[in-house]
Design a protein around this ligand. Sequence first.
Ligand SMILES: C[S@@+](CC[C@H](N)C(=O)[O-])C[C@H]1O[C@@H](n2cnc3c(N)ncnc32)[C@H](O)[C@@H]1O
Length: 492
Amino acid sequence: MPLPDVTRLASLDDLTLTRLRERLVAIGLTAARVEPIVRRIGAIHPILRRPILQHHLRAEREPFAAAARALMFSDAVPRAELDPALGELLAPLLDAGLLAEGEGGLSSGFCLTIIDTLYVLTDDLSHGGEAVMGLGPVTTALAAFSAPRRRISRALDLGCGAGTIALVVARNCDHVIGTDINARAITVSRFNARLNGITNVELREGSLFEPLKGERFDLIASQPPFIPQSDAGKSGDFMRGGSRGDELPLALLGDVQEHLAPEGRAVLAIEWGSGPGLPTPAERVKGALGSATVDVVLLSAPPISTDAHAVEYAAALHPTLGPAYEREARDRRAHCASLGLEVMIPTFCVARRVDGRRPRFDALSTQPLSRVTPTSRRIDKLLEARDKTRTMATLIPATLRLVEGVIIREEQVGTGAGSETKLTAVMPPKALVEPVELTPLLLRLITCVHAAKNVSDAVDAYLAQFGDADRPEALLAKLAHAVLAGLLEVAD
Ligand SMILES: C[S@@+](CC[C@H](N)C(=O)[O-])C[C@H]1O[C@@H](n2cnc3c(N)ncnc32)[C@H](O)[C@@H]1O
C-alpha cells in the first residue's frame, strides 16, 4: 500500500479537528484506556503483537475500542461499529483520507498515537522512504527528559518527525521551532499541532541548523537518525545517519553550542555503533564538541548487539517478514560487520552551555530504557548535582540526602578467611543509574551525610567517628561522585 496522501489532511478545518479531539476524549480514546491493553501484551515483539491487540480491542465492544482499532492499529472496522464512536466526523475524515474504506470496513493508512494527552498522527514505518516517524520508546523518553519544568522562551526540536517532542515541549515554552529535512514530516507536524490546538509551534523544512542561522534556544531536543546504513540501503529519512550512523549526530553536536542560549540545554538521543578499536561514545562526543563551552552528562544504557539491532530495523521495515525481511536483516548485519560494529550503545547526551566556567564532562551508566522512568526532573537534578559538586565552595554547604528508594545491600562474598563483605546500592526499580558498588568507607560517609544538615557537618561527624585516615578533600571527591551516580541528591 502506498503512503497515504498527506496534503489532503489540510481539508480538515480547525473546528472539525477540535471536535475530533473532543470526541476522542469523550469516548475514552485516551492513554489511560489504551496503554493498559498495550502493556498487557508488552512482552510480545511489536511486529507480532498487532493481531493480539486487535483481538483484545475487538473484545472491548466500546466506541473507544472501535476508534482505536481503525485509527491506531490498522484494523478495518465496519462502518456501523465506528459510527457510534465518530458519528458526523466520519465523512470529513474519509474526505481528508485520514480514514479509508477497504475490505472489512474503515481504517486509517496513518497511525494515530497518544502521548499523555496529545494525539500524534504518524506513518507506518514499513513504507520506508518519506514515512514520518512517530512515537517509540526513545521518542517517549526523549520527550520526558526534555519537557521543561519551568516556562522557557525558545525551544528547538531538530529532526522533528511527526512533531512529538515539539508538541510536548510547547506546553511550557513560548515559542517552539520544529525542523526536518523531510517535507512530509513538516506537513504531518503542522497537522498534529492543529489537531491538538497548539499554536506556538513553528515548522521549517531544512537540514540540521541550516534553517536556523543565528538563532539560539533555551532547549534543543533531537533524536537524529543514527542507524548504520550502507549506501545501497534505501530506507527512510528517519534512519539515514550516515554509513556508521554517527555522521549526522556528530555534525549536529559540532554546531550545538552556537545555537544554545547562555545556560541553554540540549538533550540528544543517539545510539552509537561501537566495536573493538573504535572510539567510545564519550570520545566521539568530546571530539565533535571540540572547544565548545558546554557541560556534558552522557547517559549510556546497556549496549544492544548488532544482531538484535539488525533484526529490529529489518522487522520494522518489513513487518510481514518473509524474504524481504531476511535480506534486510542480513544486509544490515553485514554492513555493521564490515565496519567492525558489534553493539549499538544507546545514549542520552545532555549538554548545557556554560560560558565563563570550565566545562565538565561526566559519563554515567543507566539501566535499560525499559526499566527507567525518564523525567526532566531527573535531568534537572543531575545538572544541579554537578553544580553543587563543581567546587569545594559549592559542595560544603549543600544538604545531601540518599535518593528515595535506594537500598544498601550487604552480601558475604567467598568463605573462610578470604571472605569479604560486598556492599551494593540497589537503586529504586525505575532509577536512571545502574546499581553502584560501595566501599565500606563510602557507605559510612553516605550515612553521615544523609543525617547531617550539610556536607561540612557530615565530614566533621565522619572524621570524629572514624578518625582522620582520609583527607577531607578525598572525602568530598567521593561524595561528589556519589551525587553524580544518583546515590545522593541535593535536597530541594
Ligand atoms: C529518528 S527520527 C526522529 C523523529 C522525531 N524527532 C521523534 O523522536 O520521533 C529522525 C528525524 O530526523 C530527520 N532528518 C534526517 N536527516 C536530517 C537532517 N539532515 N536535518 C534535519 N532533519 C533530518 C528525519 O526526517 C526524521 O524525521
